[in-house]
Design a protein around this ligand. Structure first.
Ligand code: NDP
Length: 490
């Protein structure tokens, strides 16, 4: 049984309460470690360390900050296999994905390391002679970064790399279910040459430790990835201190298949949208909208391919679908299967717990496909965050767009068509932060990502992602220091 403490000011720190939380392996159900149960006192210590480190980090030249981030990227690549394995042990996602993802994570640090000294202000051509007015981007201060359990290190990179490049210091809280990879990652900062205190990690429960970050007066911004309900609570809490927020929330993304789509590619695209990562992704394409003329053949092939998925040990490279990460999430997925059935949807694949070959522990759900779904059903409107797909037929392009947009979320959307004009029209008409045409589930360090509607506020990745961590200062410098009339505005 391994014990993990907070990481504050460059060192492991035991929780003030002396309490720990068990952490288990979703595949075996075995409790293999325990993490510190953080409280307000621990958040206080982490925020104090980050605040003390802030002036020095802000004064470090952007080029020097960038070099440290690039060095960090190299260390992540060196340790990617180990970090990926830690994530699999914590969240049960496939090693085939998490190993590659840990390596890819390095690219965010490399990209923002390069961007650190390229964020330029501007000189404003004022209509007043003798005054120079320029703008510069300055860091915010201590930022609080709270992540979900599905991809801890990747979701953190989207926030932390930009925040550090911009000159902020950080207090991080990973999900209570998947904290260990973030703690192991934090150890790399010292090796890369970062002074202590710039990055601090506190672990614990959301409503205790996370809430203490939202309430802390010295944490000036919260960047959060998680559900829309928690996001809303954080937004309300942040408003009390007028904190800035970035919210990356849930989704119920449509994956639209037109009758002119490349059939087999679209089938694979829909499958990758919902069954990869056991459906536990914010961008899950959980609503497949399929043109009525190909609906039956499409469903038949979908069921054939999804039904042949190998379910089992996430550490095996042959596995396609792993366990659901947490016990509450497992129950939630089963509840939604029941809700779909009671709502009148027809289950054409799965629909139950999986206890066949490869299953271990108790948290496997069969890849599940529902037809006869209408967009007003709860299974079509609410995020399941599991391997459950709803297929909805449509007749016209306009109807597809109407159904796609008839939802509270707006994180992503997929379009499958060979018609260029249709691809352009649909991309314009879809209310989503990301639209993929003839592909799905692709993200990049230099492409902004974020949600519309209840899917979030702000953007991560790319130059826009860095702008979330700076504030603009406008400087006015007069050649002459005389003030002609002090009683009127200049
Ligand atoms: P939650 O909203 O339950 O939790 C997210 C994080 O917030 C966790 O670290 C959690 O801690 C913490 N938290 C919970 N309550 C509070 C609180 N009152 N104050 C501060 N922090 C709190 O989401 P899940 O972890 O269940 O993740 C799944 C959700 O994340 C899905 O809705 C998914 O769509 C979304 N997501 C969005 C992404 C995006 O980029 N848009 C990407 C990935 C996931 P604890 O774990 O201890 O409860």
């Amino acid at each position: 049984m391994e014990t993990f403490n907070h990481f504050i000011n460059g060192a492991a720190v035991a929780p003030a309460s002396g309490e720990y939380i068990d952490t288990d392996n979703p595949y075996t159900g075995e409790v293999w470690g325990r993490i510190a149960r953080g409280t307000a006192a621990d958040v206080d210590a982490a925020a104090a360390a980050a605040a003390a480190a802030f002036p020095g980090w802000k004064a470090t030249t952007p080029t020097a900050r960038g070099k440290l981030l690039v060095k960090l990227a190299e260390l992540i690549e060196r340790d990617a296999e180990h970090l990926g394995e830690m994530e699999v042990r914590d969240n049960g996602k496939l090693i085939a994905e998490m190993g590659a993802q840990a390596k890819l994570t390095a690219e965010w640090y490399r990209y923002y390391g390069g961007l650190a000294d390229k964020l330029e202000g501007s000189v404003i051509p004022l209509d007043r002679p003798g005054i120079l007015n320029y703008t510069k981007h300055e860091p915010l201060g201590v930022v609080g970064l709270i992540t979900a359990w599905n991809s801890p290190l990747l979701l953190l990179a989207w926030k932390l790399a930009a925040a550090l490049a911009a000159g902020n210091t950080a207090v991080i809280k990973p999900s209570e279910f998947t904290s260990t990879s973030t703690l192991a990652f934090a150890e790399l900062f010292g090796e890369a040459g970062f002074p202590p205190g710039i990055v601090n990690v506190v672990t614990g429960l959301g409503h205790e430790c996370g809430q203490a970050m939202v309430d802390h007066p010295d944490i000036v911004k919260i960047a959060f990835t998680g559900s829309d309900t928690t996001g809303q609570r954080i937004y309300e809490g942040a408003a009390k201190n007028l904190k800035k927020v970035t919210l990356e929330l849930g989704g119920k993304s449509p994956n639209i298949v037109f009758d002119d789509a490349e059939f087999e590619a679209a089938v694979m695209g829909v499958i990758s949208g919902i069954f990869a990562a056991t459906g536990q992704t914010c961008i899950a394409g959980s609503r497949a909208l399929v043109h009525r003329s190909i609906h039956d053949a499409f469903v038949e092939r979908l069921v054939e391919v999804a039904g042949s998925a190998t379910i089992g040990d996430p550490m095996s490279y042959d596995t396609h679908v792993g366990p659901v990460t947490t016990e509450p999430q497992f129950q939630k997925v089963l509840d939604y299967i029941k809700i779909a059935q009671e709502g009148g949807a027809t289950c054409v694949l799965g629909g139950d717990i999986y206890d066949g070959p490869g299953a271990s522990g108790t948290r496997f759900v069969q890849p599940t496909v529902f037809t006869n779904v209408t967009n007003d059903m709860r299974i079509a409107q609410e995020e399941v965050f599991g391997p459950v797909l709803s297929v909805i037929p449509f007749d016209t392009e306009a109807e597809a767009i109407t159904i796609a947009n008839d939802i509270n979320f707006g994180l992503a959307a997929g379009v499958w068509t060979q018609n260029l004009g249709r691809a352009m029209r649909a991309s314009d008409a879809l209310n989503a932060g990301t639209v993929w045409v003839n592909t799905y589930r692709a993200v990049g360090f230099n492409s902004p990502f974020g949600g519309w509607k209840r899917s979030g506020l702000g953007r991560e990745s790319g130059i826009e992602g860095m702008m979330e961590y700076v504030q603009t200062k406008s400087v006015w410098m007069a050649q002459e220091s005389s003030v002609a009339n002090p009683f009127i505005m200049r």
